[in-house]
Design a protein. Structure first.
Length: 225
């Protein structure tokens, strides 16, 4: 039997001050340059700076997800809902992509090598119904983020289990996190436990706190108007 989510323990508490600070940044439009850029011509989106390390950012609640207790439910408007455990996930074709990370807090990191199951593979298994137009990602720390189905279906979107050849660490959302390279990194859910396909858009944790619904770094979609 797959353990129910209630059994996944969590360490830490929501860092309310940090959340409040980020909400304030959204209100103030922090780091906005007012410029857009073309990814075919430039590597670094407007207002971003390059880092070599990989910062950890989250709400402060760190779930104890392991390959033993991890489950992924894919449900909502799909023909074939599934609940995958680790072995089911590993039985899928594994793919590897290299992509850049762009975080709304202005750091970017180039050339991250990820391995895992592509969103396209997952879509071919669950088969979204024609009414499905958005995906809500749910995580074991209580975090959520929303994506248009088109954005989730992009060829470089991955349910990633390794980074630079190593299992993704607990802090970075292991054992399985979503990676959506073309959008700001808050759209990439760590500790993903459920992907819900819906007809109407439903804003996630940061999207209801002033962050942009689409989150394209090249259009500098940091915050909503
Ligand atoms: N489950 C979960 N996923 C999350 C977050 C979170 O708090 N919880 N934070 C988001 C934000 S704001 C960012 S910038 C990235 C940070 O990922 P990292 O800690 O691996 O750099 O995760 C995103 N995904
Ligand atoms: Mo972020």
């Amino acid at each position: 039997m797959a353990p129910s989510d209630g059994e996944i323990e969590k360490d830490g508490q929501i860092r309310e001050k940090l959340v409040a600070t980020k909400e304030k940044w959204a209100q103030e439009g922090r780091a906005l340059t007012g410029h857009t850029a073309d990814p075919a011509r430039e590597r670094l989106p407007p207002g971003q700076r390059l880092v070599e390390d990989w910062p950890v950012l989250d709400l402060g609640v760190v779930p104890r997800v392991t390959t033993e207790n991890w489950t992924l439910a894919v449900d909502g408007l799909v023909e074939n809902p599934v609940t995958w455990r680790w072995a089911d996930f590993q039985a899928q074709p594994q793919e590897s992509f290299v992509s850049d990370i762009h975080c709304v807090t202005t750091w970017s990191r180039y050339d991250n090598r990820w391995e895992g199951v592509s969103a396209r593979r997952l879509l071919s298994v669950v088969k979204p119904k024609p009414e499905a137009r958005f995906v809500v990602c749910h995580s074991s720390d209580g975090y959520t983020t929303n994506l248009p189905l088109d954005a989730f279906a992009d060829e470089d979107v991955l349910l990633a289990t390794t980074w630079e050849g190593q299992p993704i660490s607990r802090d970075h959302g292991g054992p399985v996190r979503v990676v959506v390279p073309k959008l700001y990194f808050w759209k990439s859910a760590k500790w993903v436990k459920r992907l819900e396909f819906v007809a109407e858009d439903r804003r996630g944790y940061w999207e209801v706190r002033g962050y942009h619904n689409e989150a394209d770094p090249w259009k500098e979609e940091r915050y909503s108007e």
